[in-house]
Ligand binder design. Structure first.
Ligand SMILES: O=C(CO)COP(=O)(O)O
Length: 127
């Protein structure tokens, strides 16, 4: 049996409802993935989809983005879906940029908005 896809999920506050809707819509597929998320995003997903197991790291502003970046650097993440809010200043903007940079450096699939996440998951769902 192939090992499960190791998928990281993150959403900024204004995008968390979107992420919850995305997780609900794809819960059947996500149930077969090894899911990791920043703290609040992971909690929202689990609250909405109790059938999903999500490894929750620290909240983004408290180091969660950096933890996910470290996992990418260790080749422990296969893809990152990160619903970014481009309209709100973030105290941890440097962490967000560093995470995106590592996803690019390690050339993992990176979806930064809902539309791209749908395309990516559509592709990942294919056998
Ligand atoms: O801030 C975040 C990503 O930059 C997300 O963190 P939370 O999921 O803890 O809200």
């Amino acid at each position: 049996m192939a090992s499960p896809l190791r998928l990281a999920l993150i959403a900024h506050d204004e995008k968390k409802d979107d992420m919850v809707a995305f997780a609900r819509a794809h819960a059947d597929f996500l149930a077969g993935c090894d899911l990791v998320a920043t703290g609040t995003t992971g909690q929202r997903i689990v609250d909405a989809c109790p059938e999903l197991k999500v490894r929750r790291l620290k909240s983004g502003p408290l180091g969660g983005d950096q933890q996910i970046g470290a996992l990418i650097a260790e080749s422990a993440i296969d893809a990152l879906i990160f619903f970014v809010d481009p309209l709100t200043p973030m105290p941890h903007d440097v962490d967000v940029k560093a995470l995106m940079r590592l996803a690019i450096v390690y050339d993992i699939p990176l979806a930064l908005n809902h539309a791209t996440a749908e395309l990516l998951i559509g592709k990942l769902r294919q056998p």
